[in-house]
Design a protein around this ligand. Structure first.
Ligand code: CUA
Length: 312
């Protein structure tokens, strides 16, 4: 996973934004060169001039004031007008992308992302798999405060606002794993409210979705069966959904948690050791998150982790 960049243009909307960035950058360079050139010219002229000539500046007053009007008002106004037109044009182009794409429903929660594919009923969290080259429609909502859904490589940011549904239409143009961020301050774990968009070739995505639809939460050995019982017996089941096992709605859906790369909304890698630490005391890893510490006996904890990691 690379560092996020608005210039990589991995989505059609992102390409429009990258183009706009370069256009504004070119304008800024031109302004810098002209102003820098004038400063240097003024210094050189001042040095060459005799001291007596420097004070005799009355005849040039008129041209000085017209220079100020031209350089300080007219030219900046023209430049801002150009930037304004380019920005409106880019916004219109970004907005004109296909509206009938594969729908992905995302609900921002403190501090993770609930992800649903309504056409297939698949639910996951924080890791959004999408097909390359197929139009996408993200339906964005918030469950609590204002957050902002932003995958810099792919598209512009779109706020998620309680009581309102916003849409983001884009097509990812190349495969890769792209970091997404919450781009609106939403209290203590705003910085750890991240996600990834995993763009896969369309056929691989279809296979993943089919496999994911058929996923069962059935344990395949005695340790996992014990883990499932531990999950159901303790508070886990009250807060988390595992399809076919529980229907909690406080924390992220865990139906495919074993297949995820990250835990805690891209806070730590998903390994049995990290998952154990997370269950034992997630507050030490992501302070302020809603999950309390669980002081389970080691045998129960191992069984629970074995079961959760088998859900893939
Ligand atoms: Cu959610 Cu910042």
């Amino acid at each position: 996973m690379n560092d996020p960049s608005i210039l990589s243009g991995a989505g059609d909307q992102g390409q429009h934004i990258a183009t706009l960035w370069w256009q504004i950058f070119a304008l800024a360079i031109a302004v810098y060169a002209v102003v820098g050139g004038l400063v240097v010219a003024a210094i050189l002229r001042h040095r060459r001039a005799e001291p007596s000539q420097q004070s005799a500046s009355h005849p040039t007053r008129v041209s000085e004031s017209s220079t100020i009007v031209l350089g300080g008002l007219v030219i900046p106004a023209v430049i801002l007008l150009i930037v304004g037109v380019l920005t409106v044009k880019t916004t219109a182009e970004a907005d004109a992308t296909s509206r009938s794409g594969l729908r992905v429903d995302v609900v921002a929660r403190r501090w993770f992302w609930d992800v649903r594919y309504p056409e297939s009923g698949v639910v996951t969290a924080n890791e959004i798999r999408v097909p390359v080259g197929r139009p996408l429609t993200f339906r964005l909502r918030s469950d609590d405060v204002i957050h902002s859904f932003w995958v810099p490589d792919i598209a512009g940011k779109v706020d998620t606002i309680p009581g309102q549904t916003n849409y983001l239409h884009t097509t990812v143009t190349r495969p890769g794993t792209f970091l997404g961020l919450c781009a609106e301050y939403c209290s203590v774990q705003h910085a750890n409210m991240r996600f990834v968009v995993v763009a896969m070739p369309a056929s691989a995505f279809d296979k993943w979705l089919t496999r994911r639809e058929a996923l069962t939460a059935a344990p395949s050995n005695e340790a996992e069966a014990e883990g499932q019982r531990v999950f159901a017996r303790h508070a886990c089941a009250g807060c988390h959904t595992i399809r076919g096992v529980s229907s909690g709605d406080v924390g992220p859906d865990l139906t495919d948690v074993g297949g995820r790369t990250w835990l805690g909304a891209v806070t730590i890698k998903n390994t049995p050791k990290n998952l154990t630490e997370w269950i034992r005391d997630s507050q030490a890893i992501k302070r302020g998150n809603i999950m309390p510490p669980f002081d389970l006996p080691q045998s129960e904890l191992s069984a629970l982790v074995a079961y959760l990691e088998s859900l893939r």
